[in-house]
Write a protein that binds this ligand. Structure first.
Ligand SMILES: *Cc1c(COP(=O)(O)O)cnc(C)c1O
Length: 238
């Protein structure tokens, strides 16, 4: 099968899994946004996915996204930053991405606000949580999350939309369920404590191996790479 037909077929199968999971949870599939994670894959692969009707893509690195975006300027793509962002790259991130899903600390939030004001843009952001306390993972821990969400909700130059999580990689997709459930519970607590519900409407959770479970637990955004584009070859990246 040609690469483009392969990507179209995989997208189709992911969409079917989304619909099935939504139905199991008595949710509408239209309430779930699929982000195709194109990190390490080429601009041609992204273009193939757009030909199959997909326009929202996720990238981990600012520079890689910048380069791909330059080759795809003719397309109305919505770009999501889903990887760790260094504060000194906030300006480039604001210029490149429509959504920044990985806001995990106050100094980064402040840098993004300044960059957004300067650029005359208002990026949509998610606050990334790390509930497992994994040393290797980025994200605000439970103690820091509330203050960060409050600060983001009050910031005029960014548009806070919700929370994001990357739980420990599961042996079994069911292992992710408690983390997803916990994130949704924290969202509900924050809303009960006074954060306007529309500022926390999005829950970005679930990847290729566990997005079905995430949808059952309330995900509104799922980030799927491997199941659409195949396995990543990090060695070929450099
Ligand atoms: C790479 C990545 C994904 C996609 O992972 P797959 O397992 O390939 O679907 C999702 N979210 C984040 C934050 C990632 O870095």
């Amino acid at each position: 099968m040609p690469r483009s037909a392969d990507i179209a077929a995989q997208l189709d199968s992911v969409r079917r899994r989304i619909t099935a999971a939504a139905q199991r949870a008595s949710r509408s599939p239209s309430d779930i946004t699929l982000i195709a994670v194109s990190k390490t894959f080429s601009a041609d692969d992204v273009r193939a996915a757009t030909s199959a009707g997909h326009l929202a893509f996720g990238e981990n690195r600012v520079q890689e996204a910048e380069a791909k975006k330059a080759l795809l300027e003719d397309l109305a793509i919505e770009w999501h930053l889903i990887g760790h962002l260094q504060s000194n790259k906030a300006r480039k991130a604001v210029a490149t991405f429509d959504w920044i899903q990985s806001v995990d600390r106050i100094d980064l939030l402040r840098r993004i606000e300044v960059a957004a004001r300067e650029a005359g843009r208002r990026p949509r952001i998610l606050i990334q949580a790390d509930l497992a306390g994994e040393a290797t993972k980025h994200g605000a821990d439970r103690a820091a999350l509330g203050d960060l969400v409050c600060a983001a909700a009050e910031a005029e130059d960014v548009d806070l939309r919700g929370l994001m999580i990357v739980p420990p990689y599961p042996d079994n997709p069911e292992d992710s369920r408690p983390w997803f459930r916990q994130l949704r519970g924290i969202r509900d607590e924050l809303v009960a404590a006074g954060i306007p519900a529309d500022r926390l409407g999005e829950l970005s959770m679930g990847m290729s191996h566990d997005f079905d479970v995430a949808i059952e637990e309330g995900a509104t955004i799922v980030r799927v790479g491997t199941a659409i584009f195949g396995h990543r070859d990090y060695a070929a990246e450099a």
